[in-house]
Design a protein around this ligand. Sequence first.
Ligand code: THU
Length: 232
Amino acid sequence: MNLETLKNHSYTPYSKKPRVCVVQGSKGGLYPGVRIENVSFPLTISAIQAACCICLSEGEIPNILYLQDGDYAQSDYWKKEFDLTIKSVSELTEAKFQNYQIETPSNEITHLKSLLDNAVTTHSDFPVSALLYSESVCFDGVNIEVSDWSMGLCAERVALAKAITSGIRSFTELAVHTKYGDVSSPCGACRQVIIEHLPLNKIRLHHADHTLSEHFSVDLLPFSFTSKSLKK
Ligand code: THU
């Protein structure tokens, strides 16, 4: 997949300013990330945040950051956090990017449990895993914590960042698991993000006590913030 195609995967209905970057990890993997805006603007995932958190969720440390011309949100923070070398994406013409799609797991909870080991929970020691389904493919995610707590991403949003970067926009279901929570339940910020991409879908919560509950996204966030006037 080329960079322009990837850039077009950005979800930027509010600014109409797509952004893409690529992070090279410590083992050489190339992790693209796109900007994913939210109707509540502060919940927007920057392209660099998406790429760095995905890279970390795959067990690599961000090393090189490939950028296009122009301004990138949060670039100073991420450059400093991982002492990133900055290069131009023009160096990546023949590059092979990581494939984020996985096959739909045969056993959801077994996969969710095995994923917990990939979570980066330096501050909380509270691993969370998520599986996001589309009609044909699936994406997984774990929570990522960095020095600034507000720059990390929840497991649900790492899975979403992988999917949107891969060009998938339509989803069927989401499943979430936490090891230590009394209940597994998406945080308020994730609910606002979930409702934007899975407005009428089923959310399956696998709780720590081995019980499962199913909810519709709209029931998890009734009367959610929305406004058509924000879309350009
Ligand atoms: N966390 C998630 O991954 N998903 C949620 O919906 C709730 C919170 C993570 C974020 C952070 O790494 C840790 O749990 C504690 O807040």
